[in-house]
Design a protein around this ligand. Structure first.
Ligand code: NAD
Length: 580
């Protein structure tokens, strides 16, 4: 039989126009189908190789190759996963820059998730800055240009009225965690529209790497409601809708429809709202937090990781949380979330709420937030105190003499030498957290913070900084990375099947994280545990969160006899499963 005889015939319709009569014509012709027929067995073998959740690549065993019909489809030598990991690292190191490493790791994730997660977990300190901030910021900016393969679900404003249908297209019938964004405030980079999809993908990779949420039960979602960034709409490779952002009631209706669709399709699913612009972030959280299992990481996750850092800092600085005077530079969703959680913690420690609020001050883009201002959004008003208005941060620092300065403004360089020196002049151990991401937006570098405070600062940042050598001492700056918090909170919610995510759970998470910081870390200036211990950290946080869910009656499954063992058992491990 010749090849052309073997290829199956396929009818197809050709459209044309008869020039003499002016009529449109339709002709059905039979052509050779370019894709050859295949047996069910070879299809199944191919599916195994091409599904990233089942693919083992060169690690399929001899027995599997025979049993599954894979013999000949792979190079003959069977490799151990440790050898595959070595190859991944070799390629990783060979890439010329961080963005290329991101592209390489994303391709691995799309090919073989077990190997991807094994590599990420075993080398978390090298991998986290690539698969998440700061590199993910660059990847989002370039999203349409580096796009290879689709991951997750895109729901656009065109899908209004049929979002349930779109959600039904997702192949998994069970989903534990959704991370959703509308791309309007991606890190400190602003409105990146559909390009922001890199963030839900990256955050969910951290859920799996840090807390062992099974990768097949994670769903990244982009709500494409347009973008107001002209340069993106002018980019021929931009992958989203080319229209201005949907606003107002129509926007809220779309998000409502999305939340209804996913909570119907995946009952009890945890929804993490991520990188929405301030007003939407705050209002969506207020709308859903008492209706479904949802939280906002920029507000609540950031708050918990910052509170943990402050509790740990009090152990070295000697000033208890309730006696701190905290100045926030930036008064958006992160500042509001952090301040609210700090106030809650101070109240627990015995302060009256008004006194606790009086210890938190905001500077926004217009200046110090004071009561006489008439232009304040609702979330700033509880922090508008009686005080003379001052225009800039340096003046605010001089007049308020804060013990702690927290940067959440996305304004690179805002913590000038003057500002840092002012803190150093009035505190033995000033606390400075420059939390803005990515690195290019950080209010100061670690080196600047140590230099202008004679090395006395207790410093943490949002994106990682290398250790600093100064005056013969080595300082290791901590990273106030939300990844210390949200994966563990998520695991605790999944284990207890909690109906709601509460502030109390974030308090418990912060306390747990702070207690895991060793004296050795503190001595080096680090107020967070080392990233290499992140799975133990997440497990401890998950247990605390699940305990809280059981205590408060929010858990919907019976408490296991041994919560620690049940939590550990729920954590995905990146090891190949046997197929024979
Ligand atoms: P946001 O847009 O809600 O808030 C930004 C705030 O900065 C606004 O209040 C704005 O008025 C203020 N601002 C802008 N320009 C200013 C200026 N010149 N002077 C003073 N204030 C100014 O954003 P957000 O969610 O609050 O996040 C802010 C930053 O914090 C981002 O860079 C984000 O990446 C970072 N962040 C870090 C972490 C973390 O490290 N764990 C977590 C969340 C957010």
């Amino acid at each position: 039989m010749t090849l052309s005889e073997w290829l199956p015939l396929r009818p197809s319709t050709i459209h044309g126009r008869d020039e003499s009569s002016g009529l449109d014509l339709e002709t059905t012709v039979t052509t050779r189908n370019p894709r050859p027929a295949s047996s069910a067995k070879t299809h199944a073998a191919f599916d195994l190789l091409h599904d990233p959740l089942t693919n083992k690549g060169t690690a399929f065993t001899e027995a599997e190759r025979d049993e599954l019909g894979l013999r000949g489809l792979l190079p003959p030598r069977v490799l151990a996963i440790a050898d595959q990991e070595r190859r991944v690292l070799e390629n990783f190191d060979y890439k010329p820059n961080a963005l290329e490493r991101y592209i390489f790791m994303t391709a691995l994730q799309d090919r073989n998730e077990t190997l991807f997660y094994r590599t990420v977990i075993n080398h978390i300190e090298r991998m986290m800055p690539i698969i998440y901030t700061p590199t993910v910021g660059e990847a989002c900016k370039q999203f349409g240009h580096i796009f290879r393969r689709s991951r997750g679900l895109y729901i656009s404003l065109r899908d209004r009225g049929r979002i349930a249908e779109v959600v039904a297209n997702w192949p998994a019938r069970e989903v534990d965690v959704i991370v959703v964004t509308d791309g309007e405030r991606i890190l400190g980079l602003g409105d990146l529209g559909v390009n922001g999809m890199g963030i839900p993908i990256g955050k969910l990779a951290l859920y799996t790497a840090c807390a062992g949420i099974y990768p097949g039960r994670c769903l990244p979602v982009m709500l494409d409601v347009g973008t107001n960034t002209e340069s993106l709409r002018a980019d021929p490779l931009y992958a989203g809708l080319l229209e201005p952002r949907l606003r107002g009631d129509e926007y809220r209706a779309l998000v409502d429809e999305f939340v209804d669709a996913v909570t119907n399709a995946f009952p009890g699913v945890l929804i993490q709202f991520e990188d929405f612009a301030t007003q939407n972030a705050l209002s969506l959280l207020a709308r859903y937090r008492d209706r479904v299992t949802a939280f906002n990481d920029d507000i609540q996750g950031t708050a918990a990781v910052t509170l943990a850092g402050l509790i740990a800092a009090a152990r070295v600085g000697g000033v208890p949380l309730g006696e701190q005077r905290i100045l926030f530079f930036g008064a958006g969703s992160a500042a509001a979330g952090i301040a609210d959680l700090i106030v809650g913690a101070m109240v627990r420690d015995g302060l009256a709420e008004a006194d606790a609020r009086g210890r938190c001050w905001f500077v926004d883009s217009k200046g110090l937030v004071v009561r006489s201002r008439t232009d304040l959004a609702a979330h700033k008003q509880p922090y508008a105190h009686d005080h003379e208005f001052v225009r800039d941060l340096a003046s605010a620092a001089q007049t308020l003499r804060p013990t702690t300065l927290i940067g959440v403004s996305a304004q690179r360089g805002a913590f000038t030498g003057d500002v840092l020196a002012t803190l150093a002049a009035t505190n033995d151990r000033p606390i400075v957290f420059a939390l803005s991401n990515p690195t290019s937006k950080s209010e100061c570098t670690a080196e600047e913070a140590y230099r202008y405070t004679d090395g006395r600062v207790i410093f943490a940042s949002g994106s990682p900084f290398d250790p600093v050598e100064l005056g013969g001492r080595r300082y290791v700056p901590g990273q106030g990375n939300n990844a210390y918090i949200f994966p563990g909170v998520g695991l605790g919610v999944v284990v207890s099947k909690a109906r709601r995510v509460t502030d109390e759970m974030f308090h418990r998470a912060a306390q747990t994280l702070a207690h895991l910081v060793t004296d050795g870390s503190l001595a080096q200036g680090t107020v967070y545990p080392p990233l290499v211990s992140i799975r133990d950290v997440s497990q401890a946080i998950a247990i605390a969160v699940a305990e809280e869910a059981y205590r408060s009656g929010l858990a919907t499954v019976p408490a296991p006899a041994d919560l620690t063992a049940a939590t550990r058992a729920a954590m995905y491990e990146p090891v190949y499963q046997s197929n024979v």
